[in-house]
Write a protein that binds this ligand. Structure first.
Ligand code: GTP
Ligand code: MG
Length: 451
């Protein structure tokens, strides 16, 4: 990893300032080759220098150069940040000159990957860098920040140490195998595992919250054509996002947009009305509705209070129950509702609204939020937000259950030791004590270029 990488670190497009970033042993020399100003190598780390970037004899731009000398940089390598004017033409030309000078384009996440490989932080912390950049709510930002600052990693390390202690007791026994000694009382070992498991369980459970905080909640609005689904989407978003008309079957495709409610990022998904249809395109739309419903975290099931029948409602509800996804029952068009229908539905858990007149929308929002008991994330809270971590914690837990079962059945120490090593392996993968190229590629390829 001696080569020097370069990438635009700020967003693509026109901006007041753009920052181009380099990292690698030769980054300072490479910039020097196209820089007219002070001799950069002679300057101290963490200093800023004005000058011009040249393409041959031609001035490309006036820039500021920030210098970071190893190991005092994000990547722990020599690094340079060039702040230039934020024109895509300038950025492109400066990067071209730097490539000519010996740098190569960075791969996605390569700066952060180098920071990890050079020991700036562990893998979970590196992943938190991406989460921090992508955070769309204050809760998501705080959760990512806590993880980046090492709160989660510390907990994993504590668990690992407990397990290592446990493993050493078992392995000691193995060394003395023939003498048939027991250094560790089986009851004590069992208690230790149960303690570790109960802690693992807390972390695993926190993923319910962590996942909602990090990834938001896909919420599907579904129901018969003309129920007012698109009207509700527009009302929730406060924007004419979807076409509304009195023609049944107006929406044929999936329309979605995001909105933050109570600190959670909701993705509201408007769908084609559910009905049997001969129209080829509408039919595809209805299939998509079913797919979206299966993937949703919450379904807003909507009926038209002016025009619905109880039999249909009951059969649709049965279908929703079978899906097993939480749903909220909404009766729309309360402003022109059929009174008999309203009295029939009164005690059946419906919330009555008018999407068009914006009646009871706050009640609906409260009801939506009541499905997600999110507490505000505070500094230092440890929360599992990452699916990979969640899966590894689960695998650790399962391996420990096998250890417990094994002890119950009186199997020998060497078999116990195998499952304990497995559990250590899964924990080690979370923080990156154990890695493979595939694992790293998989993680860092999801980053943006320049990070
Ligand atoms: N009176 C009244 N009319 C409403 C209300 N909400 C929606 N509508 C009307 O109902 C009709 C259908 O509304 P849409 O929002 O297009 O219904 P949809 O469920 O998206 O229909 P499809 O896209 O065809 O599945 C339109 O004429 C809306 O103006 C309401 O609360 N009260
Ligand atoms: Mg619609």
């Amino acid at each position: 990893m001696t080569d020097t990488i370069v990438a635009l670190a700020t967003a693509q497009g026109i901006s007041a300032i753009a920052v181009i970033r380099l990292s690698g042993k030769d980054s300072i020399q490479i910039v020097q080759r196209c820089f007219k100003g002070k001799k950069l190598e002679d300057q101290a780390s963490h200093t800023i220098h004005f000058g011009t970037i040249m393409n041959g004899d031609r001035i490309v731009d006036e820039v500021l150069i920030s210098l970071f000398k190893e190991p005092n940089s994000f990547t722990k390598e020599n690094s340079v940040e060039i702040s230039c004017h934020g024109s895509p033409v300038i950025v492109k030309e400066i990067i071209k000159v730097l490539l000519k000078g010996g740098a190569r384009l960075a791969e996605p996440g390569e700066f952060t990957k180098r920071a990890f490989v050079n020991g700036r932080f562990d893998l979970a912390q590196a992943e938190a860098v991406a989460d921090l950049i992508n955070a769309e709510t204050d809760n998501a930002r705080q959760a990512a920040l806590n993880q980046m600052r090492g709160g989660f990693s510390k907990e994993i390390e504590r668990l690992r140490q407990e397990l290592i202690h446990f493993a050493s007791l078992i392995e000691l026994e193995l060394d003395f195998g023939e003498e048939d000694v027991e250094f560790a009382k089986r009851d004590d070992l069992r208690d230790l595992i149960l303690k570790i498991q109960s802690y693992l369980h807390l972390l695993i459970e926190s993923f319910d919250q962590g996942n909602v905080i990090k990834n938001g909640v896909p919420t599907v609005i579904a129901g018969k054509p003309n129920a007012g689904k698109s009207t509700l989407l527009n009302t929730l978003l406060n924007e004419e996002r979807a076409i509304v008309s009195e023609i049944a079957g107006t929406t044929r495709d999936v329309i979605e947009d995001e909105m933050v409610l109570g600190g959670i990022n909701f993705r509201f998904i408007d769908t084609a009305g559910l009905r049997e249809t001969q129209d080829v395109i509408e039919k595809i739309g209805v299939e998509r509705t079913h797919e979206q419903m299966k993937k949703a975290s919450l379904i807003i099931y909507m009926i038209d209070l002016a025009n619905a029948n109880l039999e249909d409602i009951e059969s649709e509800e049965k279908h929703l129950v079978q899906l097993g996804i939480p749903f909220i029952k909404v009766g729309n068009k309360i402003d022109k509702a059929n009174p008999q229908l309203v009295s029939l539905l009164k005690d059946k858990g419906f919330i009555f609204i008018s999407a068009a007149a914006k009646t009871n929308i706050q009640d609906l929002k409260d009801k939506i939020l009541s499905h997600f008991h999110i507490r505000t994330v505070k500094t230092g809270d440890v929360l599992v937000t990452n699916l990979r971590h969640y899966q590894n914690l689960q695998q650790t837990y399962d391996a420990l259950t096998r250890v417990l079962d094994g002890m119950e059945q009186g199997i020998t120490g060497d078999f116990l030791a195998m499952d304990i090593r497995q559990s250590l392996h899964y924990l080690g993968e979370i923080t990156g004590q154990i890695t493979t190229d595939d694992l790293l590629d998989n993680i860092f390829s999801k980053f943006c270029i320049g990070k």
